[in-house]
Design a protein around this ligand. Sequence first.
Ligand code: GCO
Ligand code: MN
Ligand code: MN
Length: 411
Amino acid sequence: MAATPKPAEQRAITDRLMDLSGGSYTPEQRRKYYISGPQWAGAYEGQALFHAPTREPIGFEEVIRHLGELGIRCWSTHDSDVIDTDDLLTDRQWETVARINAALEKNGVQCSMVTCETFFHPVFAASAAAEAPEVRDYAARRLENTVDIGHELGASFAVYWPGTLGYMVQGAIDETQTLRWFADGLNAACRRDLQVAAEKGRPALKHCLEAKPFEPQAQIILPTSDAMLAFISSGLLEHPEMVGLNPEYLHELMWGGATRAVIARALLCKKLFHFDINDGYPLKHDVDLGIGVVNPLDWLNVLVLLRSHGYEGPFNLDFKPPRTTSNYGVWKVSFPTAVDRFITLWNIAGEVMEDPVMQEATAALAAGGGGSGNVDDIVRANRELLTLHELVAHRLFQLLVGQHRGRVFGS
Ligand code: GCO
Ligand code: MN
Ligand code: MN
């Protein structure tokens, strides 16, 4: 049995086993990818309804410094992650924004995305599109202000996660009215964006809606990416061309969807602006694990689709380091390994696209087996060909574990 390591020796075990695991990318290699690390992921203390925090609080200076050291090119944040709600909409917020810009510059990190927190503070108990007009006015000011902050930080994207746009019990609100009010908020943000972008000579932000089917509300009015696509084209938005999606991998599994198919629908609508990457289990709550620790094969398939359609938007590491991980472990293990699994899967996706077995199988399927037009004849002509579906699934497994490179396992 291993000797009990003293607390002072435990980091050395993590360090040694990380070295022994090998396979890490260098910061320079990681910086080639458009990856962002959220403030709220790095600073997450492990708390939840049934969970006390397990980690110490850390601020944006520390998060940004670690991202820079690891080679994670971008940083993203909620307004209230870095500025107290009481300081938002006051001159005091600009002092913090200046400090953030200094930290970004010092560490060679860019701010890619800002998001307005409209779910945590008690003012949003009945959502940002609540019945009370003063709540909606306040929400609009916060949304406009987040646009201002985004431009000041050099961001290109704004994300909206309407997690409180829903209810625990039905009957008090008219959902059609709630959706109109929700659109009013987005319209205010887009109007402000066009004005600030013109004043600053910057491109307008890309405004991205992020769906999650439940949690924190039992029922969400826009629960899926598809619901959001319908909302974008509902006629309620003044600038639907400025608004697209930020799907989150796990949020689509949570309702039982195939994330790859969700991504395909967003791509067809030209609305895949931004992508939150993480992992977890179908039909469960939002565990936000690091990419690839649960569903590496599914992830490989998602990345093949994205690569083959030339997706160039950001990959936002919207995961939560498990509460069993220490503050040290967050930067030694959680972030670098999440990035490195992404890069590895991205590269395997490239190998899938070039694999001769995959190419020949998919080409043969697409050519079809012919047949005269008579139904029985068509079935007969295609019967052998359709076995290739399962062969492709096996080939993807082989590509995932490296058998295409001659790797063998036992005998
Ligand atoms: C979640 C959500 C959030 C959002 C974030 C951006 O997992 O519940 O993904 O993390 O991405 O709030 O607004
Ligand atoms: Mn999530
Ligand atoms: Mn997310």
